[in-house]
Ligand binder design. Sequence first.
Ligand SMILES: Nc1ncnc2c1ncn2[C@@H]1O[C@H](COP(=O)(O)OP(=O)(O)OP(=O)(O)O)[C@@H](O)[C@H]1O
Length: 361
Amino acid sequence: MPPSSDTGQNAANIRLEGVSHRFGQTDVISDVSLDIADGEFVALLGPSGCGKSTLLRILAGLQEQTIGRVLIGERCVDGLPPRTRGVGIVFQNYALFPHMTALANVAYGLEAVGISRAEALVRARDALAGVQMTPFGERKPRALSGGQQQRVALARTLAIGPRILLLDEPLAALDKNLRLDMQLEIRRLQRALRITTVMVTHDQEEAMGMADRIAVLNAGCVEQFDTPEAIYDRPETLFVANFVGAANMLEAELQGGPEGFRLHLADGTLDLAKPAPASRPGRVQASIRPEHWSVAPADGEGPTATVSIVTPLGPSALVDLVLSDGRPCRFSFPRAQGVHLTPGDQIRLGLQPGAAIRLFV
Ligand SMILES: Nc1ncnc2c1ncn2[C@@H]1O[C@H](COP(=O)(O)OP(=O)(O)OP(=O)(O)O)[C@@H](O)[C@H]1O
């Protein structure tokens, strides 16, 4: 294991206080405040250009913010370079020295901070063992796969014993299966070391699968900072509902009464599960996830739709529908339910019991 870490004693919390950043006349980060706990794994998730990498670079000390403060371990680190902040960074492109072996790459970083060669080699071997790369220590990067190179890069960063681990799209260059393996590997290491970690990704499944909490960014602002479950089940903004997971956005009129709440769509109505939504009656955008739908009895009141495409996806099936007013809509269900749909079928839609429909004004 890397030196610092088995105890997690060096971990630190991170606090961003009202951080904003401008490049020239352009606001790239707008008033971001985040509290990240000791040992927590946080993903910064958002579309290309929303400011994720800039925020990570500000945390690292590679970019100085225009306004606001960054605290690591309750200490303001503004103006301090990366090394003094105790941060370690892993980038997408590994950045290994091609002429050095894996072991030498890891040891180099240690020698660079003043550790003797003999001690650096011992620590480098430990760090490579921590990422299960012991058998590959004498290979040069070109003789390693992308995943193996990324493990070496991770070992090189962790060997220094940083208090904070920053990951900038670390898995983006890997193919899907390898990415899944590495997600598990990084998560395992992060938990074992209890190192506070912030990872930039535009891949929502990666964020969902790895992070304790996700900060969803849009145009430099944090739209929501919450657990993966809450981000998915209770998106707080239209942007989050649209960006995370698939959602059907349907215009509707919400009516409320003593009996509960009903959504009036273009050609049908849906009764909403209790407890009643916080929204007030009136025009709303209803965010209905594909898995919220069910096939309702033909004489029900829900909207009607025509099946256009059925896509089996292993355990579930995804169905593209066209609602009777011409709008497209998606429905998914576990294939084990034994529902058989074929293109051209007319169905009536209902809601799964307890489906958490989100309403936006
Ligand atoms: N050094 C710079 N000078 C001027 N503008 C910059 C600079 N670095 C980034 N930007 C701009 O700031 C905005 C945010 O960039 P950033 O790289 O932080 O986004 P991102 O969310 O990480 O995007 P991606 O997922 O595509 O990497 C973009 O519009 C980008 O063009």
